[in-house]
Structures are given as structure tokens and as C-alpha cells.
Write a protein that binds this ligand. Structure first.
Ligand SMILES: [Zn+2]
Ligand SMILES: [Zn+2]
Ligand SMILES: [Zn+2]
Length: 272
């Protein structure tokens, strides 16, 4: 499986879109891996997690052909994860999808309600599939299991575990998860994960409801190791960083790398 990090920031981006803070100033000055757009990953070119407002920038920056994406998994409807207005550009005259590829959008009820009119119009070439935590389903070559997140309490926020049936590899993509709810700990114990991506929004700041930071990520990793979900060969990444955490890329590496967690950055590609 080939996993590409398209963006690795929290809702505001880093530097934040309207922000004058010291952390954003330092990121602008340092550039490179410190410039983070809103979070999304692309797996094997046809599976995508979330549709952030920076999607068009991702298309330009990485030369993506989004008409190839067959399966789009939405974690929740916060604007940094579900900039649904962009889907309006899938229809003629805005797009001519010559391949005829239909894209299935997976998500909670709120996601389905939001795009109902587009799904009802065949010109969009969109399908919707309602997901519920812990109910696995097949999407292309993947067996996908949504997990319950501790986030966005006006809806069922989820994160996804992807098992490639072709390659026998498993990837967990966690953006806005918070510390996992008890039912998620119970369900996740059944998995063996090769690549785990954790919500590290808070960076060095404490707190684990809604989002995690460095301390919670390291505890979650240790807990998953104890459960046998992560083994010695498993790879762990932290992502979805907020400017309020303040640690630049190399400083995040100093805190996380010694504990076996790598720091994601925009454009990073991982092959497992
Ligand atoms: Zn977010
Ligand atoms: Zn800032
Ligand atoms: Zn959110």
C-alpha cells in the first residue's frame, strides 16, 4: 500500500489562514516541512480520507488526478475535513469525467444529508454509503472498519482502518480522534496494524478530549503495543498539528522520534 500525506495541519492550517501568532511567524520563516495544509491522505491513488479546503492546492502541488478516486471516506463534517462545496465541481460543465468513474462517499448521517441532492443527480457520478462504527464493509480491494472517535459531539465522528485484501497490510488513519472511547479500544484489539496515523493536534499541550497531543499519542501507542495491535515492525506517524502547539517539525521529531513515532509532513509518501 502507498500512503501519501496530502496535508498535515489542523483546521486553520499552519501558518493559520488569518493568524499573526509567533508560531505561525516561525513556520513561515522556516518554510519546508513547517508549512502544513489541512489534513488528508491518499491511499493507492483511489482511496482518499477527507476532503479539506486545501484539496485543489493538493491537486496542483502533487499533480493528482482526483477523477481516479473511487472511494472517499469522510471522518466528520468539520469544514477542515469535509469541504463539500468542492463536490459541486464534479458535474458538467465544471468537470468532464471521461472515464465515467463513480465516486462513493462514505460517512455518517450528517455527511449523507449534506450531499443528498448531489447523490440524487446522476451527473455528479456520486454515491453515498452510510457508515456506522465497528461495522466493516468492502470498498474495492479494502476491508474497511470505521472506529468511533471522541470528537464532534453533534454527530458520530469516526476514523477508519483499511485492510488491503490484496496485500495483507493494515493502515489506521486517525485525524480527529481524541483518546479512543472504550468501545473503540475493545474493537481495535482485534486488529494487527502495520501503519498507524495518530491525531497529534495539541502537540506539547495537554488534553485528550476531542484531540490528542504528544503525551496521549505515546500512551495510545503503548496501549496498542500492549494489546498486540502494534508489533515491532509497525510504523507510527503523528499528524493534524495545530499552530497553538508551537513545535516546529524538527522539534516535534525530537519529542516523538525517540519513542518510535515519526512526524508526518505535507507530501510525504510511505510504502508498506
Ligand atoms: Zn480537524
Ligand atoms: Zn498562529
Ligand atoms: Zn474536527
Amino acid at each position: 500500500m502507498r500512503v501519501k500525506f496530502l496535508g498535515t495541519a489542523a483546521a486553520e492550517g499552519w501558518p493559520g489562514v488569518f493568524c499573526q501568532c509567533e508560531n505561525c511567524r516561525r513556520a513561515r520563516e522556516a518554510g519546508g516541512k513547517n508549512i502544513r495544509t489541512r489534513s488528508s491522505v491518499l491511499i493507492d491513488d483511489i482511496y482518499k480520507v477527507d476532503l479539506p479546503p486545501d484539496t485543489y492546492l493538493h491537486v496542483l502541488k502533487y499533480g493528482l488526478d482526483l477523477s481516479r478516486v473511487e472511494h472517499l471516506f469522510i471522518t466528520h463534517t468539520h469544514q477542515d475535513h469535509f469541504y463539500f462545496e468542492e463536490l459541486r465541481m464534479r458535474k458538467s460543465p465544471f468537470a468532464h469525467i471521461l472515464s465515467g468513474t463513480v465516486m462513493t462517499v462514505y460517512g455518517n448521517e450528517k455527511v449523507g444529508d449534506t450531499i443528498a441532492d448531489m447523490v440524487g443527480d446522476p451527473d455528479y457520478k456520486l454515491r453515498f454509503r452510510l457508515c456506522e462504527p465497528f461495522k466493516s464493509f468492502k470498498a474495492g480491494d479494502m476491508r474497511v472498519t470505521p472506529m468511533k472517535a471522541d470528537h464532534a459531539y453533534d454527530q458520530v465522528a469516526m476514523f477508519y482502518i483499511f485492510e488491503s485484501m490484496r496485500e495483507g497490510k493494515t493502515v489506521m488513519v486517525g485525524f480527529d480522534t481524541g483518546w479512543f472511547p472504550p468501545e473503540t479500544w475493545e474493537a481495535i484489539a482485534e486488529f494487527r496494524i502495520d501503519l498507524a496515523i495518530f491525531d497529534c493536534t495539541n502537540g506539547p499541550l495537554e488534553g485528550r478530549r476531542g484531540h490528542m497531543g504528544i503525551t496521549a499519542v505515546l500512551e495510545a501507542k503503548a496501549e496498542l503495543e500492549k494489546l498486540g495491535v502494534l508489533g515491532p515492525e509497525s510504523i507510527c506517524f503523528a499528524t493534524h498539528f495545530s499552530h497553538n502547539g508551537g513545535l516546529l517539525h524538527h522539534q516535534l521529531e525530537e519529542k516523538l522520534n525517540p519513542h518510535g513515532v515519526l512526524v508526518a509532513y505535507d507530501g510525504l509518501e510511505v510504502e508498506i
